[in-house]
Design a protein around this ligand. Structure first.
Ligand code: PMP
Length: 348
């Protein structure tokens, strides 16, 4: 399978923007090439220089943790940027299509709509696993991308590994596995399978387990050909210097992150059990993520009552296969007990 032939013709022929710093080789100390402010920044730290367009120091640090080479790593302004770039690089507006598997993360559809790319929806089965036959039927010659979210948002479950492998073995476009919640899962990541599957793209993010949603930093791991295409299309300086500096500093604190993951997983199991004991809770779905999908007697009423007490959960009552459900992020132990007391106080 030739990834180069999957990209749009205009992208294949694109001469990417060449930054000032791309155009010289060797050592330099006087930079008069990029129209920056040579005096400095009105801040304790200087941000007057443009950042490294390819974020090599940060990728090097990420590579040491993930075991994925730099040439297989793309960094974006959140994984949302990688999702959008996949559409822009590979999908011809008004001609190509992509497959999504609802109920799932909402941005795949929004990005498709922004880019005027047809969406083919193949709902998950009632057990929230892949409808492999449905997917096979939906694929045609213009299908460029299939998005598989595992663990899936908003259902919380991981997708059965062998089912994902079946899609990888049978589809001639890019298979994007969104692993935003992988740190909370029992299931192994797919980032070690990149050499086996050239069409695989794995998305991960600093927004969940790493506690850096405000920084906006996402990762895409893929074949070097796919990564080169994304780099060609992205804005030259898509990751700010401050984001690169802060993410590098955060990577030194992996111990803290692993500790939070452990607590979150333990709290998830405890909260699931405690929710099930409440009469209003009809079902708590097993979760491999840092949130719980729960079916309640009156989702809209419960949602409103919680808002009144200053507690915000996500109302998923109108989403296919999630009728009557609320999605609840696992909070700190203190926050989880506030939620439980509030639910207990609601009149039946
Ligand atoms: N993928 C999934 C499955 C998500 O739930 C989210 C955020 N809710 C994202 C991607 C986006 O993450 P980021 O903050 O890295 O853009």
């Amino acid at each position: 399978m030739d990834i180069k032939n999957l990209q749009r013709e205009n992208i294949k022929n694109l001469r990417p923007y060449s930054t000032a710093r791309d155009e010289y080789k060797g050592q330099a100390s006087v930079f008069l090439d990029a129209n920056e402010n040579s005096f400095g920044s009105p801040l304790p730290e200087n941000f007057n220089r443009y950042p490294d367009p390819l974020q090599l120091d940060l990728k090097d640090a990420i590579s040491k943790i993930k075991g994925v080479p730099i040439e297989n790593t793309f960094l974006g302004n959140g994984s949302d940027e990688a999702i959008d770039l996949l559409f822009r690089a590979f999908c011809n507006p008004g001609k190509d299509n992509v497959i999504i598997l609802p109920p799932t993360y909402g941005m795949y559809e929004v990005s498709a709509n922004i880019n005027d790319v047809e969406i083919r929806k193949v709902n998950l089965l009632p057990n929230f696993q892949l409808d492999l036959e449905g997917i096979a039927e939906a694929i045609d010659a213009n299908t460029k991308l299939i998005f598989i979210c595992s663990p899936n948002n908003p259902t919380g479950n991981s997708i059965i590994r062998t089912d994902i492998e079946t899609v990888l073995a049978n589809f001639n476009g890019l298979v994007i596995i969104d692993e935003a919640y992988i740190n909370f899962a029992k299931q192994r990541t797919f980032i070690q399978e990149l050499t086996e599957y050239p069409q695989l793209v794995v998305l991960q993010t600093f927004s969940k387990a790493w506690g850096l949603a405000g920084l906006r930093l996402g990762m895409a791991f893929a074949s070097s050909i796919t990564i080169d295409i994304l780099n060609k299309v992205k804005a030259p300086y898509n990751i700010s210097q401050s984001t690169q500096d802060l993410a590098l500093a955060a990577l030194q604190n992996i111990g803290q992150v692993n500790e939070w993951i452990k607590i979150t997983v333990a709290e998830r199991e405890l909260l699931s059990k405690q929710l099930l004991e409440l009469p209003m809770i009809r079902k708590v779905y097993p979760s491999d993520a840092n949130f719980i999908l729960a079916e309640v007697d009156d989702a809209n009423g419960t949602y409103d009552a919680l808002v009144e007490q200053g507690i915000i959960v996500r109302n998923r009552a109108k989403i296919t296969l999630c009728e009557g459900c609320l999605r609840i992020t696992v909070g700190t132990p203190a926050e989880n007990s506030i939620l439980l007391s509030a639910l207990k106080s609601l009149k039946p």
